[in-house]
Ligand binder design. Structure first.
Ligand code: TRP
Length: 531
């Protein structure tokens, strides 16, 4: 088996956290520790959702940057590695905001009002006015974060699954509205994370004020653990206890080595360990886990400029990937930045035709690998040459790697008609350009004739131009590709079907003519919109 020309890329993972300040053990065990592991198997994007923070903290944005840096330092201290993953700041990639705006055009209000966190948060977060447009759009921004990178998986906690579900719906709606395949539907990657109790026994959460910070000194949290309630277990130390009912027991499950956890559980049940000692033991387990993280963070804090610089670089890198998606999206909304085929509505000056056909302006094109060339050529063709009233779906973008597939799976026009684009398939010989056209029905052919490296002549040939002789050639070809020659004579361009059997019999030097040549000069470049 020949190896595929497409480099086998790893599935993409994306996740982020709002910059609410320094992270705590709940964040670490519930998300970050898992992200660190994902880095080796996936192409990972991890970011800090500062725009999301503004949906609730818009009235006092004074700590956004500080909190962003704090989260970044914790990401790095915990083991996220900019050599492996792209680690960036949401607002530094303006494409997030742009895609959010465009998605807001297609997202029905009802979908957003039905997201459970919307009502809940409005009720639970007091002291902030959350009856804003931005807060309602929180999940749309999150959909943009995810879809901008065409992520396959989104590692999140249970509380975020409704948002991932909405993201899938937005992707589906976009793809179906615009008959595209731009956005894959991402899956939530649920972390089987143990519940981490806070110092008051409830789930560790910033809003309960019961956290142990990832970079907090044991001088602060040690005494809090020592003072933790055992939930009524072993009021007298001679009483046996049930470790499953005690938050200290839960902490052991999460943080202690299995043998130690087992030993303390047994001794709790037999009242052979004092709670004080049991608490000290779990404190030690936590310390062992976070000490290296503290040390790393200390180092990073001594030169925060480097971390900031890294974030800026990585954000620029993320923006390059994001822009790739936005090119397709802008095209679909007819917002692409080149004049493109609109120019044909204003007549076509000789200068316009010249520019449209001179690919040396697209300087790096020729050095790219063939699959990318082929894709760029299609994009180029789509933006500059295809008649305005044929709006193509993205369907065939997936198949750009294989010329064979390209021929078999044509572009589809908005009216569901098949459009043939011959890109790399023509062979230039002294007698002209030779194409092999599949014996299938197309609404339009686009034939691209290359002169050397940088010059392109293109022809958009509606079916009515060739229908009759093509039908004859098809009959003769018996399902084999049909041979077509295009050649230039003076300023005139001609096209003809070639009788392949005759050609083989006579040899390549002579091209047996099977029909009258068709004059396609007027179809070159500056065609009128087809109807
Ligand atoms: N809403 C997420 C949270 O509060 C943060 C977030 C924003 C996010 N955008 C995202 C998570 C995209 C995953 C993917 O935890």
């Amino acid at each position: 088996m020949p190896e595929s020309a497409i480099p086998t890329s790893r599935p993409r993972v994306l996740s982020g956290m709002r910059p609410t300040g320094k992270l705590h053990l709940g964040n670490y065990m519930g998300a970050l520790a898992n992200w660190v592991k994902l880095q080796d198997a996936y192409e990972c994007y991890f970011f800090i959702a500062d725009l999301h923070a503004l949906t609730t903290d818009y009235a006092d944005p004074s700590r956004i940057k500080l909190n962003t840096l704090d989260v970044a330092l914790d990401y790095l201290a915990a083991g996220l590695d900019p050599e492996k993953s792209t680690i960036f700041i949401q607002s530094h990639v303006p494409q997030h905001a742009e895609l959010h705006l465009l998605f807001s055009m297609i997202t029905p209000l009802g979908w957003l009002e039905r997201v459970p966190t919307y009502k809940e948060q409005q009720e639970n977060i007091t002291g902030k006015d959350l009856t804003t447009y931005g807060f309602l759009g929180y999940p749309v921004l999150m959909a943009s974060d995810i879809l901008l990178y065409q992520a396959d998986f989104v590692p999140v906690g249970q509380d975020q699954t409704a948002h991932v579900e909405l993201t899938r719906e937005v992707a589906r709606r976009f793809n179906s509205l615009y008959k595209s395949a731009v956005f894959p539907e991402p899956d939530a990657l649920l972390t089987p994370s143990p519940k981490v109790p806070g110092t008051d026994g409830r789930k560790m959460s910033k809003s309960y004020g019961n956290t142990i910070g990832l970079s907090e000194s044991p001088l602060f949290w040690g005494p809090k653990i020592a003072a933790m309630s055992t939930n009524g277990q072993r009021i007298r130390q001679t009483d046996p206890g049930d470790p499953d009912l005690c938050p200290i027991g839960d902490l052991h499950k999460v943080f202690s080595a299995p043998e130690l956890a087992e030993e303390t559980r047994n001794r709790c049940r037999k009242a052979s360990i004092r709670c004080e000692v049991c608490k000290a033991a779990v404190g030690k387990s936590i310390l062992d886990l976070i000490l290296p993280i503290h040390q790393k963070r200390k180092e990073l804090e001594s030169r925060i400029d480097e971390t900031w610089e890294m974030l800026r670089e990585q954000s620029a890198k993320a923006a390059i990937r994001a822009e790739q998606t936005m090119l397709s999206v802008r095209n679909i909304f007819d917002l692409s930045r080149d004049l493109g085929s609109v120019r044909r509505y204003f007549g076509t000056s000789a200068e316009d035709i010249k520019n449209a056909h001179d690919l040396s302006q697209h300087s790096s094109w020729w050095n790219l690998p063939q699959d990318q060339q082929s894709k760029l050529l299609r994009d180029y063709w789509r933006n500059n040459l295809v008649p305005r009233d044929i709006s193509l779906t993205q369907e065939s973008q997936r198949n750009f790697a294989s010329i064979q597939r390209e021929l078999e799976e044509p572009f589809i026009s908005a009216k569901k008609k098949r459009v043939l684009v011959s890109s790399m398939s023509a062979q230039q010989e002294p007698s002209g350009w030779h194409f092999r056209i599949p014996p299938k029905s197309y609404e339009v052919w686009t034939l691209l004739c290359w002169h050397g490296t940088y010059w392109l002549d293109d022809f958009v040939i509606p079916q009515k131009f060739y229908a009759q002789p093509f039908a004859q050639a098809k009959k003769k070809s018996k399902d084999k590709p049909i041979h077509l020659r295009v050649w230039k004579y003076g300023e005139k361009w001609n096209m003809e079907f070639v009788d392949l059997l005759a050609r083989e019999a006579i040899g390549n030097a002579i091209v047996a003519q099977a029909m009258e040549p068709i004059d396609i000069t007027e179809l070159r470049g500056n065609y009128e919109p087809l109807n």
